[in-house]
Design a protein around this ligand. Structure first.
Ligand code: ADP
Ligand code: MG
Length: 682
C-alpha cells in the first residue's frame, strides 16, 4: 500500500468531521498528513533561569514551596499564585483563570512551568504547566507548531500526525535517486519526516529540514527541466524562416540605434523562433530599457515569415498605446495591426476578426481575451505578453487545444536577479536587457514631507515653463476605489487652482474608456501639462516629454511599484525628476524611501524589495507562477535551489531519461503533475 492511496480517515482519531476539515487544508491522504510540516517549533527545552532575558518565554522545572493563593475578581476571573523553587531560586508562578489547578499544587511536588519571565519581579506568568509525576510530558522537547484553523487545533494536529507516524511511518519511502542522496549526504526520507515532526534537538530538526528542502526544490526543478526538455524534443513549434537581412533593414528604419543589449536579445529571440521547438522565453528589462521595440521586431519577423502575432497587455490604455507605436514602426512595411479590446465597436471587431481569420491582419493587440473567445487566427505563430504576470501553463494549453502551438515571449519590468530568474523559471529561457538607451540621464529622486507641497507645485511650474510635463500620482486605497477617485479629483482641483497658468488633466479608474483615452491623448500631445492620475498609469505608459513625476503618499506603495511609476519619466533626453511625498510611520516605509533616493537601477530595487518583503510577497505566488513551497524559501535556500537545478538538468539531459526503467518512478511522479497534463510521453 502506498501512503498516497490511504485516506487520512484511516489514522486513528480522525473522525469523519475532522476528515472534512483536513480536506479543506489540502490533506486527503496519509501522505499529505505526513507532509504537513510544522512551520516552527515551540521550545519546551528546560533552561537555566539565570540565562533568560526579561520578557522571554521559557520552560523551567522546580518544586512547589507554598500553597496557592487565589484572588477572584470580575466574572469567574481568577489570579492564582504560588512560590516555586527553581535551581535554588524562589520564583512566583502566576496563573490566570486556572483556579481549577489549585488542588494539584501540593507542597513539594515537582512541576514544569512554561511562561513569560519577568526578571524584575522574579515572576513567571504561566501559560502551560505539567507534573512530571504524571508521566508523559512535553517538557524537554521541541514541539511542532502547525498551521491550523477551525476545529483543527494544535493539539489535534500534533496527535493526528504523531498517530500517523506510529501507524504508517514504516511505509515512508525514499523516492529521490540514490546517487543524489549520497551526493548531498541526505538522511533517509523516513527519518527526515519523523524528525521534522519530532526533533530531539535543533540540530536534528536542521538535518531533517535540509533533506526535505532539497527534495522539495529538486522535484520542482525536475518538473520544470523535464517539461523544458520535452518541449525541446518536440517539433510542434513554429519554425519561422527568418531572414537576418529583413531584421537588419527594419532596425535601420528605426529612429534610433538599438542598444547592444537590445541587439543581443533580438538575436536570442529570433534564433529561438527559427527552431522547430516551441519558444518559451522571459524578457526582463528595467522600465525604459526598450522592451517594446524588441517585441515589435519579433512580431515583425513573425509576420514577414508568413505567420501572425499577438501582443497581450493588461490594460486598454496600454493596448491603444502599443497600437499607435506599432503602427508607427510598421508604417510602409505592409505589416497590418489590429486592435481587439472591450471598447472596440462591434462592427470594427467583426472586421478585425475576419481579417485575422483570413490573414489580412498580421498582428493583433489586445487584452487577455485576445487569445480566447471567438478569435480565430489563420496562423498564430508568436504570442507576446507585456507587463503582466507570466503566460501561464493554462493559457498555453488553451492554445494547444485550439490546435495552436505558438512561440511565447513574456516581458516583465520587475526584474529579478538573473540567477534567481533562471532558477525560478526553470521552464523558460531568460533574456535580460541590462542597459538603457544611450543618452538617458539617471532620474533624480527626492523625498519630501507633505508640508512642502507648495514647493512641489513650484517645481511643476518650473518644468512646465521649460516646455516639459508632469505626472502627479495619487495612491490606490485598496478598500475604497471611491476614496481614491475622490483623492485624485481633489488633487486635480488643488493643482488647477495653485497653477492657474497650466492645463491639468485627470485620469482614474472610474472614467469611461473614451474619457481615459482622451486624457492620455491630450497629455501625450502636450495639450495638458500636468496629469493627475491614480495608478492606472503604472504600467508601460510612454510620454517622453514628461520629466517630472510626483508621487503622493508614496509610503503606500511597494518598492517595485514606486520604481515602475518612476519609470514613467526619464524616457527622453531631458533630465527627469521623481518627487516622493511621504511621511512614513514605519521603519520599512522609511527604508523604501531611502532605497528609492539612492538608486534608480531596477535590479537593485528588486533585490532590496525582495529583501524587505520576503519572497512570498515579492513573487505573489500564483500570479507569478512561482509556487509556494512548503518548507523551502527561494531566497534563503538559494544555494540548495541552485544545486537542485543542476542535478535536475543533469538528469533530464541524460539521453535515456524518458525511457530508462531506472527512472520509471520519477516519470510516473512527474506525469501526475498538472504541468504535464495532456502531454504525450513515450
Ligand atoms: P519599456 O522597456 O519600459 O517597455 P519602452 O519600450 O516603452 O520601455 O521604451 C522606452 C522609450 O525608449 C520609448 O520611447 C522608446 O521609443 C525608446 N527607445 C527604445 N529603444 C531605444 C534606443 N535603442 N535608443 C533610444 N530610444 C529608445
Ligand atoms: Mg513597456
Amino acid at each position: 500500500m502506498k501512503l498516497d492511496q490511504i485516506p487520512v480517515r484511516q489514522v486513528k482519531g480522525v473522525s469523519a468531521q475532522k476528515e472534512g476539515e483536513l480536506h479543506a487544508f489540502g490533506v486527503h491522504t496519509v501522505a499529505d498528513l505526513l507532509d504537513y510540516f510544522p512551520f516552527r517549533y515551540e521550545d519546551y527545552r528546560l533552561r537555566d533561569l539565570t540565562e533568560v532575558k526579561d520578557g522571554e518565554k521559557v520552560t523551567v522545572q522546580g518544586h512547589i514551596r507554598s500553597l496557592p493563593a487565589v484572588a477572584r475578581f470580575g466574572r469567574g476571573k481568577a489570579r492564582m499564585s504560588c512560590k516555586v523553587e527553581i535551581d535554588h531560586f524562589l520564583v512566583t508562578a502566576v496563573w490566570f483563570n486556572r483556579a481549577f489547578l489549585q488542588d494539584q499544587l501540593v507542597l513539594g511536588r515537582e512541576i514544569t512551568l512554561t511562561g513569560k519571565w519577568d526578571a524584575n519581579r522574579h515572576q513567571l506568568t504561566v501559560s502551560e504547566s505539567e507534573f512530571p509525576d504524571r508521566g508523559k510530558s512535553r517538557s524537554g522537547s521541541l514541539q511542532p507548531v502547525y498551521s491550523v484553523g477551525g476545529s483543527l487545533t494544535q493539539p489535534f494536529m500534533r496527535k493526528a500526525i504523531g498517530q500517523a507516524l506510529i501507524q504508517f511511518g514504516d511505509l515512508i519511502e525514499d523516492s529521490l535517486p540514490p546517487q543524489l542522496i549520497s551526493k548531498h549526504r541526505l538522511i533517509p526520507r523516513q527519518e527526515a519526516v519523523m524528525r521534522i515532526h519530532h526533533p530531539e534537538g535543533a540540530a536534528e530538526g536542521q538535518g531533517a529540514r535540509r533533506r526535505l528542502v532539497y527534495e522539495e526544490l529538486f522535484w520542482f526543478q525536475l518538473k520544470l527541466q523535464a517539461y523544458r526538455s520535452l518541449l525541446r524534443t518536440r517539433s510542434d513549434g513554429m519554425a519561422f524562416p527568418i531572414d537576418s537581412a529583413v531584421i537588419r533593414d527594419f532596425a535601420a528604419r528605426l529612429p534610433f540605434e538599438l542598444t547592444d543589449s537590445q541587439k543581443k536579445v533580438v538575436n536570442e529571440i529570433t534564433q529561438d523562433m527559427r527552431q522547430k521547438h516551441g519558444m518559451n522565453r522571459l524578457l526582463q528589462g528595467d522600465v525604459g530599457s526598450g522592451k517594446t521595440v524588441v517585441a515589435a521586431i519579433a512580431l515583425y519577423a513573425a509576420a514577414k515569415a508568413g505567420h501572425q502575432g499577438a501582443l497581450m497587455v493588461p490594460t486598454e490604455i496600454l493596448a491603444e498605446q502599443h497600437l499607435r507605436s506599432l503602427q508607427r514602426l510598421f508604417d510602409g512595411t505592409g505589416v497590418e495591426v489590429g486592435l481587439l479590446t472591450g471598447s472596440v465597436t462591434a462592427r470594427k471587431r467583426r472586421d478585425i476578426l475576419a481579417g485575422l481569420q483570413m490573414g489580412m491582419i498580421d498582428i493583433a493587440i489586445g487584452t487577455h481575451a485576445l487569445i480566447q473567445d471567438d478569435v480565430i487566427f489563420r496562423s498564430l505563430g508568436l504570442v507576446v505578453t507585456d507587463e503582466q504576470h507570466r503566460f501561464g501553463v493554462n493559457q498555453r494549453s488553451v492554445l494547444r487545444r485550439k490546435g495552436l502551438s505558438p512561440d511565447v515571449l513574456t516581458m516583465t519590468a520587475t526584474p529579478i536577479p538573473r540567477t534567481l530568474a533562471i532558477t525560478a523559471f526553470g521552464d523558460m529561457d531568460v533574456s535580460t536587457l541590462r542597459e538603457r538607451p544611450k543618452g538617458r540621464k539617471p532620474i533624480k529622486t527626492h523625498w519630501t514631507k507633505p508640508s512642502a507641497m507648495d514647493r512641489v507645485f513650484e517645481f511643476i511650474q518650473r518644468e512646465a515653463d521649460q516646455g516639459r510635463q508632469a505626472y502627479v500620482i495619487c495612491p490606490l486605497i485598496e478598500e475604497s476605489e471611491k476614496l481614491d477617485v475622490q483623492n485624485a479629483i481633489d488633487m486635480h482641483a488643488t493643482i488647477a487652482m495653485s497653477l492657474p497658468k497650466l492645463k491639468v488633466g485627470l485620469l482614474h479608474g472610474r472614467m469611461t474608456t473614451a474619457e481615459k483615452d482622451e486624457a492620455m491623448r491630450a497629455f501625450g500631445a502636450n495639450e495638458t501639462q500636468v496629469l493627475v492620475a491614480t495608478t492606472v498609469v503604472e504600467v508601460g505608459v510612454d510620454v517622453p516629454n514628461a520629466t517630472l513625476i510626483v508621487i503622493i503618499d508614496a509610503e503606500r506603495f511597494g518598492l517595485s511599484q514606486l520604481h515602475q511609476l518612476r519609470g514613467r519619466v526619464g524616457r527622453g533626453e531631458h533630465q527627469s525628476h521623481c518627487i516622493l511625498v511621504a511621511d512614513p510611520k514605519s521603519e520599512t516605509g522609511r527604508e523604501r524611501m531611502k532605497v528609492m533616493t539612492e538608486t534608480d537601477d531596477g535590479f537593485e530595487v528588486a533585490r532590496k524589495d525582495l529583501e524587505l518583503r520576503g519572497p512570498g510577497d515579492f513573487f505573489g505566488t500564483k500570479q507569478s507562477g512561482v509556487p509556494e513551497f512548503k518548507l523551502a524559501d527561494m531566497v534563503a535556500d538559494f544555494e540548495t535551489l541552485e544545486e537542485a537545478r543542476e542535478d535536475a538538468a543533469e538528469l533530464t539531459s541524460e539521453p535515456d531519461f524518458w525511457t530508462a526503467s531506472a527512472y520509471a518512478d520519477l516519470r510516473q511522479r512527474l506525469l501526475k503533475d498538472p504541468l504535464f497534463q495532456g502531454e504525450q510521453i513515450d
